[in-house]
Design a protein around this ligand. Structure first.
Ligand code: VGL
Ligand code: ZN
Length: 192
């Protein structure tokens, strides 16, 4: 297992580790809790290094366009103000973690934590140049966030592969997402 090695200019981005995406939630990744200890180690390392922690939330209004009732691909999930939309209580978020909500336009899907949010600006305020990304789902919101992060001038993006899990709606989606992120310039941290 790789030890987090963080320095000034780094940031940790934890994508959508919400109650609804984990076992017991409305759109769960059945193996999602497996990554909790590793994510918590990265949070502890970030706090020790004085590096900012960002946590995104999928945060939909009721009747969001991505819901099946509106012809979208997903069951209802992460509705604003519900317990399912909260960050899972097992994530040891620092008190000063910066929460970024996305997907709040009823008529627009937003998988990326950068899409329609102030995330890039907030990161620049903190002098961020290197992003370490973990969370769920690898083949949806993690993928989109990594690809958008790479488009931001001056950001280097590292994927903490063992700190993610894929939805794999189609077999191989997770593997394809990893290949795509690599091709786009992401550095993929894998356990040795
Ligand atoms: C996500 C499906 C629907 C995600 C969000 O966070 O990866 N997946 N909305
Ligand atoms: Zn969603």
């Amino acid at each position: 297992m790789n030890d987090p090695d963080l320095k000034p200019g780094d940031a940790l981005l934890i994508v959508d580790m919400q109650v609804d995406f984990l076992p017991g939630g409305l759109l769960p990744l059945e193996d999602g809790l497996e990554i909790m200890p590793l994510i918590n180690r990265w949070i502890a390392a970030a706090e020790k290094a004085g590096v900012p922690v960002f946590a995104s939330r999928d945060y939909h209004p009721p009747a969001h366009c991505s819901f099946e009732e509106r012809g979208g691909p997903w069951p209802v999930h992460c509705v604003q103000g519900t317990a399912g939309a909260e960050i899972h209580p097992d994530v040891s978020l620092p008190a000063d973690a910066i929460i970024v909500d996305k997907g709040n336009d009823p008529d627009k899907e937003a998988y990326s934590a950068f899409d329609g949010t102030a995330l890039a600006a907030r990161m620049r305020e903190h002098g961020v140049q290197r992003l370490w990304v973990c969370g769920v789902a690898l083949d949806y919101c993690v993928r989109a966030s990594v690809l958008d992060g790479l488009k931001e001038p001056g950001f280097e993006v590292h994927l903490i592969l063992d700190g993610t899990r894929a939805a794999n709606v189609q077999p191989g989606d997770g593997e394809r997402a990893i290949a795509e992120m690599r091709t786009a310039g992401a550095q993929v941290l894998t356990a040795v």
